[in-house]
Design a protein around this ligand. Sequence first.
Ligand code: HEM
Length: 487
Amino acid sequence: SLLLFTLVLLVTAEYLRVRRPSSFPPGPWAFPLVGNMFSFNPSNVHGDMTKLAEKYGKVYSLKMSGSWTVVLNGLSVLQEGLSKGDLSDRPDFPIHTDVLPEMGIIFSNGHKWKQQRRFALFTLKYFGVGKKSLESSILDEVIYISKEIANHKGKPFTLHLIMNNAVSNIICSLVFGHRFEYGNEKFLKLLTLLDKGTQIEASIWAQLYNAFPVLMRRLPGPHHTLQNIYGEIMDLMKAEINKHKEDWNPSEPRDFIDCYLNEIQKHQDKRDDEADAGFNEDNLVMCAFDLFGAGTETTSTTLRWALLYMAKHPEIQAKVQAEIDGVIGQSRQPSMEDRANLPYTEAVIHEVQRMGNIVPLSLPHITSRDVQLGGYTIPKGVTIIPNLTSVLFDKNEWETPDTFNPGHFLNEEGKFVKRAAFIPFSAGKRLCLGENLARMELFLFFTSFMQRFSFSMPPGVEPVMKPRFGITLSPIPYEICATSRKE
Ligand code: HEM
């Protein structure tokens, strides 16, 4: 009878644990222990989460990773929610805190996050985001990658790693002060690891680790691979920082690392009593990691979607090329000033981002205090998932939400129009820090590719548009043919 009593006690305790607090948003039944962790198709979590909004409303709740989670759906809820300062912290994830010495920008909070974010934004701007100097280094990279593409002479080839390398070189130039040659085995290995890391990070293994860290620390599985990947990426950051320290001249900062070393010194010299702003060498490693990671996968994935969509829709590709031929021609490289004169091309890039939906659930936030939203009270400490998919594919916002249609961004005269529901970079205080950089990269790489090549699928091959699920939704690695347009 003692056993029975204990069992009843445990079941009651678990029932109380998974029961929704009063005035909390509704949601599906949460199973004891695992909550709703296994309720989603692992390759379509964003789609399943979007469907749940039809049943439970735009603000609904789940039990994930051992804690209450609220999913925000639809433009007005997301805009209202994300504009609230009380919703802009990040949760702590044991899979990170167990191995990372500091939280950098993406996963830090409070005063440290504000200082690190402000510093990173300022420094990226200082080294050229939005300026001619950066534009010309992107255009140089275009020449390198175009040579590689042309070498395949119209035969099928895989773009995946070389695109990652080319895009990564832009953020590497800003952070480390140099690019990596395409044949650099060590760097290619790192890019492959980064790619693998984003898959594991979004997997059930990472969720289980965050829900049951004590158990998962002892069990083998891909979660440990993820932690080894973090280790290898941090090693690259440390090596770059050490090289910088050898010939660092505080009066002539060359890149983000040099500026950060200056900032560490400044804070040491001041020995101020102000709250810790987090300028130390461990955090430099993490900030460089964040910029490198966030600045590589995202833009590269979008460009790989762009070329796949062009191969799928040759008539749209031809229209983009005709517009570029008329405005830029073949005798010079594109420049950011051309953007205003290329409305159709701009619309295509936006539509690629909308359909590509590469960060489908944004990154998780957490409430730092009780928050009123959608008629509910969401208590402090609840994880928030901004469901960007619910906005980018909302049938009330887009004329043909499930079809690739550049017309979504054009008015009747063919002029480019901004759409409020275009939020691939999220919104509010945690809005993507690299948005301006990404927009420059997307525009210059894409127009250059369209100016130089026509992309098509290998004969007899149909493009696969179903994405691979991870932190980013990316195309399944594909082969493509690139025919030079200059000949
Ligand atoms: C955060 C999207 C490119 C750096 C984010 C978030 C999204 C996003 C959805 C999460 C916002 C939130 O928490 O609500 C994208 C897309 C990109 C892109 C779609 C390209 C097409 C870049 C680039 C960089 C970058 C090139 C490099 C500087 C960051 C950083 C954060 C972030 C550091 C964290 C900001 C913070 O926590 O304060 N991005 N991103 N991103 N992104 Fe991007």
